[in-house]
Design a protein around this ligand. Sequence first.
Ligand code: TRP
Length: 376
Amino acid sequence: MDITVEVPTNTADQPRVFPPGVADGAHPAPGGESAAHLTEAELAGQLIGDARQIRVLTGDRPTGALHLGHYLGSLRNRVRLADAGAELFVLVADYQVITDRDASASIADHAGGLVADYLAIGLDPARSTIFAHSAVPALNQLLLPLMSLISVPELERNPTTKAEAAASGRPALSALMLTYPVHQAADILFCRADLVPVGKDQLPHLEVTRTVARRFNTRYTPVFTEPKALISDAPSVLGSDGHKMSKSHGNTIALQAGADETAAIIKGFKTDTDRHITYDPEHRPEVSNLVLITALCRGEDPRAVAERIGSGGAAALKQAATEAVNEHLRPIRARRAELAGDRGYLSAILRRGAERATGEAEATLARVREAMGMAY
Ligand code: TRP
């Protein structure tokens, strides 16, 4: 489990105390003077048994079922971080759904499905705050001062927003599409998260967050922590067509898919004509992807998996991948099926999360108002 951590600089006036070497800036982290990188294993080692916590915020848009690519690339690292003692805020980013599409009737289903997925993979709702940002008005109120700290040209330059706007097929950029990175900054800053595990496409948004935090702290008084991105080194999992596994490509294995459905999807995965199975991501991306999926699910080295299959060919590889995925996901799927049938429980988790998040957001907002001279 390799994860690259850019270590946060804590600039808030009520600093959380970090384990030595992780983030307090006073102790260089292993591997570098500037404390810029840590493997997740090192981070986990420093967190275990340490009551002083790092706060982590992650989020997903409720646009559809979470899949194996999400799970192997990021979801299971969240559970590891939580198990290692980090304090997790997990956001159901419902307002972001309407950046590039109309609100759909299924948004509540997708939100409930996300919560079921989170709990099924092992996030403990007693220790993690799982909430929807629409349910936390104080969080959205933070948006106004933050908006004043960034310019329209800066937002227009954001490559992720540009790509999403182009992909949406809409003729004109909506004001929400342009400004949602600031909303995302509020998502992160309201709870003064230190670390934000994200894919590389989210780095421009993290820069917006850091920028508005820094500008606020400079213009008024230091209130916000400048969060750092936590980038997973886990190679991207490809889908059935050989492109990155993604909801929008329709090439996924949903976490909740059945065992037979999984077998059928894996049968349709692209491979190549060389019967001898090797792990060579650069030259044989499709075959190596199936080897990697098998290896990640079994906790093995991909080279060992490839060697074992050897001249068994694509059929044996697909068989191994199917068994590994189904085996690994079996308990998760069973738990998910149970949870998904209990909408009342899932809603209660979101309500409780919203209460906790509201407490945090109101406290932050109070400090923001005070810093701005608006505490009447
Ligand atoms: N933009 C993220 C995505 O598209 C979702 C998200 C919203 C998010 N708010 C966040 C991610 C805050 C990390 C932190 O997947």
